[in-house]
Design a protein around this ligand. Structure first.
Ligand code: AMP
Ligand code: GLY
Length: 421
């Protein structure tokens, strides 16, 4: 069977590697991929917004199954488009992708189905937003409605922070803004909770804790994610039941009332306050770096799971996991998340000899003349699965020392909440 993966980050490299291990798969394509995916897949240089060229290539090569990594093509309707040509695609359709594409869509769904989330208001202009600020308690959270690669969220500690956020959003910093969201600040600990759906039923697909801030101790700017560990220290049976019954199931009911359903990964970004879950946001894909952290723990054949989802047969298979702890550290190019170095060679990559419980997933890399260069902000992901988090962490940092890449940096405290000093 031939499989195609759309995307070029660490998440997509992890999917390529795991899919490649399946005995059902004899060829993997990655669109457009990176220097890591090139080791296991054929990289195809077609942009993800060029739906027509993607479709033509997929049909020409008879690719049996497409897996969509990032949110942008999903929100833009790639699943609906490819399915018109009878191509099998793992991912949600355009309406369901509104769960990530529009924060207001999700908030209104939460309201209608009593899904626990931060209290909120929707505002259509600067004046009304600023008037609301005057009577608000701080901190408060202000969000742009549209996809903003995680950047359209402001935690405001006072009125003047809030005014800056309102001005920036309405002045189009994240694209044309017809409205914004002002939200109560929830004080708790975050958890990423994953489910996998076949349009009919769903199954759990693990939990993780991301480390979004660039500096140790969760300080500094927000990033795409500097590392993660799985499972989250917060998960327990009671909490899991609450998440399923109060958040995931009502969301599926909401989509069904809209005349649609959900196929693909669903990522609930939750705030846990005293063992009570609140939905902060949905993402209609796996997380990055959570995907790299969770997938190596999978015992079952991932391609069978994807196929079962596309054929509405998820009830026919069991998803099995290794009972291990997983930790992932992201290596970034110096300067990230602001302007960072580009086209810098990563020289000692071949000195990393990995055991079978260790994984190296590329993100922003390309290969030129057999050499690997960093071209993105997040560059490499080192993952280790072990019996305990401390062991996993020790092994990763040993490898990072060997790599000794002087143009890059990484957080040295990934997993600090589960690993005592
Ligand atoms: P989002 O893009 O919605 O995930 O928001 C980015 C980050 O902002 C989240 O990961 C949280 O750390 C934080 N955040 C968003 N909404 C809230 C909220 N209502 N209360 C506290 N923190 C929040
Ligand atoms: N780990 C955060 C994200 O994938 O959005």
């Amino acid at each position: 069977m031939k499989v195609g993966i759309l995307g070029s980050g660490g998440r997509e490299h992890a999917i390529c590697e795991i899919v490649k291990n399946s005995d059902k798969i004899d060829k993997v394509y990655c669109f457009p991929g990176n220097a890591g995916t090139e080791n296991v897949a054929e990289n195809v240089q077609i942009e993800l917004n060029d739906f027509e060229s993607l479709k033509n290539y997929i049909l020409k090569k008879n690719i049996d199954l497409i897996i969509v990594g990032p949110e942008k093509p999903l929100v833009d309707g790639i699943v609906d488009y490819l399915e018109k040509y009878k191509i099998k695609v793992f991912g949600p359709n355009k309406i369901a992708s509104q769960l990530e594409g529009s924060k207001i869509f999700t908030k209104q769904l939460c309201q209608k189905y009593s899904i626990p989330t931060a209290k909120f208001g929707i505002f259509k202009n600067k004046d009304d937003s600023k008037k609301f600020l005057k009577k608000s308690k701080f901190p408060i959270v202000i969000k742009a409605d549209n996809l903003a690669s995680g950047k359209g969220v402001y935690i405001c500690n006072n009125e003047s922070d809030g005014e800056i956020a309102i001005d920036e959003i309405f002045e189009g910093k994240f694209g044309k803004a017809e409205n914004l969201l002002i939200e109560e600040f929830l004080n708790g600990e975050e958890m990423s909770f994953f489910t996998i759906h076949d349009g009919n039923i769903f199954k759990n697909f693990g939990t993780a804790q991301d480390h979004k801030r660039v500096l140790e101790g969760d300080k500094g700017k927000n990033t795409g994610g500097m590392g993660a560990y799985s499972p989250s220290r917060l998960i327990n049976n009671e909490l899991e039941e609450k998440i399923i019954n109060r958040i995931i199931k009502p969301t599926m009911k909401g989509l069904s009332d809209l005349g649609t359903n959900y196929k693909g990964f669903l990522y609930a970004g939750l705030m846990i306050v005293d063992n009570e879950p609140y939905l902060i946001e949905y993402n209609v894909r796996m997380g990055d770096p959570e995907c790299q952290t969770i997938l190596p723990k999978l015992k079952s054949d991932v391609s069978k799971i994807f196929l079962a989802c596309c054929d509405q047969k998820l009830n026919k298979i069991e998803i099995q996991w290794h009972d291990k702890k997983s930790l992932c550290v992201v290596v970034c190019s110096k300067g990230y998340p602001d302007t960072f170095l580009k086209n810098v060679e990563i020289k000692k990559l071949d000195q990393l000899i990995l055991n079978k419980n260790e994984f190296l997933f590329h993100a922003g890399t390309i290969r030129k003349n057999k050499k690997v260069f960093a071209v993105g902000g997040r560059v490499l992901n080192l993952v280790n699965i072990s019996d305990d988090f401390r062991e996993a962490k020790k092994n990763i940092y040993k490898n990072l020392k060997k790599l000794n890449w002087s143009e890059g940096f990484y957080r040295k405290d990934i997993g600090y909440k589960v690993i005592e000093k």
